[in-house]
Design a protein around this ligand. Structure first.
Ligand SMILES: Nc1ncnc2c1ncn2[C@@H]1O[C@H](COP(=O)(O)OP(=O)(O)OP(=O)(O)O)[C@@H](O)[C@H]1O
Ligand SMILES: [Mg+2]
Length: 209
């Protein structure tokens, strides 16, 4: 059987990940390509319970507990959802994965990249995306896109925090040019969707080689 392909999509809050995944999954359905969409936090029954704890502004979650909750969610989804789908030859798409933890908890919350990487080894045990789409928008564009939405616990952090997340993504993209493809997310939705489709199809068609 053909191997699956593990793809993640990353970027700061409001960079258009959900918007682009709606375009991508609609097109995959039209082409009858079977996929699993993994959303973080969430993505499984246990994951959705963890998501509620993490995103509720009423919950005073301390940084280390937050980090462990993200990895508990990811470990659950790797075993329950991601590995079985990849073994069945499907396309797995994760809306955020360990790059998000490196950017938000490792860098913006200063818990350190090495701690995040250690926990990643424990939780994910080698289950890594082969392709990561980084939707790049500047923090000020994110702020203006999200200014009229109700903010969750993480989105209501200050501008300095969001700037640190952005910096971390920029550094990750520079350090991992083989895996991370940077996509200019400040263009129109349709233009970005066309770009993403051609990148994903190229990798999908090469997955066995
Ligand atoms: N290319 C675009 N140009 C302008 N606005 C956009 C574009 N893509 C998405 N938006 C708008 O920006 C807002 C945030 O988009 P979206 O929810 O897709 O981002 P996200 O990356 O999923 O955010 P989060 O990290 O909070 O889940 C939405 O109001 C969406 O309509
Ligand atoms: Mg989203």
């Amino acid at each position: 059987m053909a191997k699956g392909l593990f793809l993640s999509i990353e970027g700061i809050d409001g960079s258009g990940k959900s918007t682009q995944l709606a375009h991508l999954t609609k097109r995959l359905e039209r082409e009858s390509i079977s996929y699993l969409l993994n959303c973080e936090p969430g993505g499984s029954q246990v994951g959705n319970l963890i998501r509620k704890i993490l995103l509720d502004p009423e919950n005073p979650v301390f940084p280390t507990a937050e980090l462990l909750l993200y990895f508990a969610n990811r470990a659950q989804n790797v075993d329950e959802q991601i590995c079985p789908a990849l073994e069945a030859g499907r396309l797995v798409i994760s809306d955020r994965y360990t790059d998000s933890t490196l950017a938000y908890q490792g860098h913006a919350r200063s818990l350190g990249q090495s701690l995040v990487n250690q926990l990643h080894q424990i939780a994910c045990r080698g289950t890594e995306p082969t392709l990561t789409l980084y939707l790049r928008i500047r923090p000020e564009v994110s702020a203006s896109r999200l200014s009229h939405q109700k903010k969750d616990r993480l989105e209501s952090e200050g501008a300095a925090f969001h700037h640190r997340v952005f910096e971390a993504y920029e550094a990750l993209a520079e350090a991992n040019p083989q895996r991370i493809v940077t996509i200019d997310g400040e263009r129109s939705e349709a233009v970005i969707a066309a770009d993403i489709w051609s990148i994903v199809m190229e990798r999908w068609n090469q997955r066995d080689s």
